[in-house]
Design a protein around this ligand. Sequence first.
Ligand code: 13P
Ligand code: SF4
Length: 335
Amino acid sequence: MIQALDTAIQNIEQAGFLDIELDPTLDLFAEIEKLKREKNAVLLAHYYQEPDIQDVADYIGDSLGLAQQAEKTNADMIVFAGVHFMAETAKILNPAKKVVIPDLKAGCSLSDSCPPPLFKKFKEQHPDHVVVSYINCSAGIKALSDVIVTSSNARVIVESFPKDQPIIFAPDKNLGAYINKVTGRNMLLWNGACMVHEIFSLEKITKLKVRHPEAKLIAHPECEEPILRIADYIGSTTGLLKYTQADSSQEYIVATETGILHQMMKASPEKTFIPAPPNNSCACNDCPHMKLNTLEKLYLCMKYELPDITMDEELRLAARKPIERMLEISAKAGL
Ligand code: 13P
Ligand code: SF4
């Protein structure tokens, strides 16, 4: 898969696609809307995308919502403003449709932390375990899994297995540990993590809470345990957004990627949202992969229908099964 991705990137670079200079007076918002109509395209964007991309999207959501939208769309082309594993999931569900992504290099540190050959060996060492994988993984890992989960449905799906069923959970050890805690399970965890959610500083958040005593700390379950332990609410990006809308507090410290603040501020303009501070002075709570996508690249990928996601059919079919299982369980649970 990695090799196929490298070749695709090389092809695009050789075609000079990335060197195209855009007329700065071009109204990209209007052009993108025009392309959507002309090509019967649907634009799906994750909450971690930059605000301009969120504003032009047809649907903004978390990983589960985006997979559900991708499954049911009637569009001819899916434009996926997110990272590679998300667009790949859309392609797995829609082999006949073109799926394009603004930047093919938009990867994911969590997905990269779990290479399929290593994981295959690990799985072989535990033949009595079922494999539950977080959607933030490659098609190669999905193909080795029994069921896929997202941060919205991980608890429900893990609980759908008998209590005594041994489970491997990959690749996020933080989400896995959190699910172990709330379900009382003892899943075997792959040692992967997200570079963005591991960066938050417990010390700085604690000091911030002292300065803002009324503020609630809300955190994504990809964060490390000490952060989750002091959080007032833990949930997926959609869960966090909904919580800020339903809750009566006026101030929140938000421990996840900063892109979500755009929707929080739009939904509750009267409230204050403070990004949780990272443990150094960089803007490390911006995902460098998600933020590779720009409005310009989005326009170009829609215009030229490149880069598009391609994949081996055998791999696609193997990866599809655990995704379908996830979608079925989620639908039954009303998620
Ligand atoms: P959710 O979309 O499930 O909230 O996960 C966040 C994330 O890290 C996506 O890369
Ligand atoms: Fe991957 Fe983390 Fe970026 Fe999400 S925020 S795409 S998990 S690196």
